[in-house]
Design a protein around this ligand. Structure first.
Ligand SMILES: [Zn+2]
Length: 224
């Protein structure tokens, strides 16, 4: 767990940060999973936003493990310094703002970062793994043949495979997909959006995935 002095953190925090070792800045960037009061995952927040929610008494309960210990000012009433422990998962009261909660037909926005994560950075044609910069968004049924820019019609593809396939369907190009593209649910989307998702956050999100989610197997492999 990381201890942070909130009084220092509020003023000139970023300039102080450069003087501190890199692993502390990495620890500070660890995001907290925010859920609504019923436990539905909502979003990723940083430690400052988490501290604000605690301060405004919007945190109903916490799950996961303690991440940060935040030190505030000295209370005039008690004479003690306030200490706040922030957990990896916080459930909050009030307006949820979770579109996945209210709309069953919710479709998360499509972008390359989450698309490549959905496909675990594999090219879904040659089944090899690539860094982000070498991947591209392939339209399974190309635009020229009426294909649309939707989750179920796009896959991660390496540049070589994308060029090879060109403006053809996989059948026309005699290429085979190694997995079926799917539209992530809200919980799956939150998982895919996460940078450095902690094991307890992973387990928590996984409990909200549909039973058939291909991400179950991936998380299981990761945690084993
Ligand atoms: Zn490829």
């Amino acid at each position: 767990m990381l201890g942070i002095d909130l009084e220092k953190a509020d003023d000139g925090f970023s300039s102080d940060l450069h003087l501190i070792a890199g692993n502390i800045s990495r620890a500070l960037s660890q995001l907290v999973l925010r859920t609504d009061v019923s436990g539905m995952p909502l979003e990723w927040i940083d430690y400052k936003e988490a501290a604000r929610l605690y301060h405004q008494e919007q945190v109903a309960y916490t799950c996961g493990s303690p991440l940060f210990k935040l030190y505030g000012g000295v209370s005039a009433r008690t004479g003690f310094r306030t200490v706040l422990e922030v957990n990896s998962i916080v459930a909050t009261v009030g307006h949820t703002g979770n579109p996945g909660n209210t709309r069953h037909d919710y479709v998360p926005p499509l972008n390359n970062q989450t698309l490549f994560r959905r496909d675990a950075h594999f090219c879904l044609y040659c089944a090899q793994r690539f860094p982000v910069r070498e991947l591209s968004r392939d339209h399974i049924r190309p635009f020229s043949q009426g294909g649309r820019d939707v989750w179920t019609n796009v896959v991660a593809a390496c540049r070589r495979c994308n060029n090879l396939k060109a403006s053809r369907t996989p059948e026309q190009a005699k290429m085979q997909l190694i997995a079926v593209p799917f539209t992530p649910t809200y919980a799956e989307y939150i998982f895919l959006k996460g940078r450095r998702v902690l094991a307890d956050q992973m387990e928590y999100l996984r409990a909200h995935f549909p039973r058939h989610s291909p991400l179950h197997a991936r998380i299981k492999r990761y945690l084993s």
